[in-house]
Design a protein around this ligand. Structure first.
Ligand SMILES: C=C(O[C@@H]1C=C(C(=O)O)C=C[C@H]1O)C(=O)O
Length: 278
């Protein structure tokens, strides 16, 4: 990890994480000694691991994989209690056939690809084959019966009429477990937490403020989403209201169960502790 210069903070470059960062910008963070690096989840997961970033919004699965080296920032997540609208399996066939068919997985995700594997094995009792690919729906469906997309790419694909069946993984997980699902958390490297405690505490406060301010008036985010990503104000208003950004007991319960299934299937070596930055 670099010890000179401002601390690098990873920001998920998808609308689902906007409320956590909309008001935690470079202008706000610079006086505290931090700056923002925007990337897609798989890239942030790697950059936090190799120390290029001191802290980052990352896939909750990536936290679990390296939990011995990370701490979580309290009260921050990207979660849903059911439908999520942006983690979608697009299928040419009914689920009953896909569960033993071929599935293409986006290479941008860590949580959702493993969530799909859990749902396919434990909920649908299937055993499909998987291939990881660039998130290009047409190309994916040339190779497979169904394709998993996440984030803005999934949203854009959901607006097209390609005659596909669309399955929402947040909704499937909720049907299976009765619980919510946490897709992203904000993790800090333990070495950074020890060396830069005050900077990290300031970034945490800025992100909590951003979350509250964003959720108390969604209109600036909705306007920006329409401009940048297309769609209607109603769509985005509903999207941001559906996602949950806290990380209370119920969210932790859902995530623990996800980790438990991931360990059972050998996707994780062991179930990690959920440990917080204080
Ligand atoms: C809600 C979403 O969750 C995202 C899913 C992730 C993953 O699958 O690894 C990582 C970060 C989250 O922001 C989404 O993709 O729309």
């Amino acid at each position: 990890m670099r010890s000179d210069g401002p601390l690098s903070v990873g920001r998920i470059d998808y609308a689902n994480a906007w409320p956590l960062f909309h008001y935690a910008t470079d202008d706000v963070l610079a006086p505290h000694g931090a700056h923002i690096v925007s990337r897609i989840p798989a890239q942030l997961n790697r950059a936090l691991m190799n120390g290029e970033l001191a802290m980052s919004a990352v896939s909750s699965f990536a936290y679990a994989y390296h939990a011995d080296q990370y701490l979580l920032l309290p009260d921050l997540s990207v979660s849903s209690e059911g439908t999520v609208y942006s983690i979608l399996l697009f299928s040419k066939k009914p689920l009953d056939e896909v569960r033993n068919g071929r599935i293409a997985l986006t290479n941008t995700s860590a949580t959702s690809v493993n969530l799909l594997k859990i749902l396919m094995s434990c909920y649908l009792e299937g055993n499909p084959s998987y291939e990881t690919m660039e998130p290009d729906l047409d190309l994916m469906l040339e190779h497979a019966d169904a394709a998993l997309l996440i984030g803005d790419t999934a949203i854009h694909a959901s607006w097209l009429d390609k005659g596909l069946q669309v399955f929402d993984l947040g909704e499937m997980w909720h049907r299976f477990t009765g619980l919510g699902m946490t897709y992203a958390v904000v993790a800090v490297r333990k070495d950074a937490a020890a060396a830069h405690h005050d900077v990290i505490a300031s970034v945490h406060r800025a992100m909590i403020d951003s979350k509250h301010k964003s959720l108390s008036d969604l209109s600036p985010l909705v306007t920006q989403a329409c401009k940048q990503l297309g769609g209607t104000p109603d769509y985005w208003d509903h999207y941001f209201r559906t996602l949950k950004y806290d990380f209370g007991q119920r969210k932790q319960e859902g995530l623990r169960l996800y980790f438990c299934y991931a360990a059972q299937l050998g996707l994780l070596e062991r179930e990690p502790e959920i440990a917080f930055f204080a």
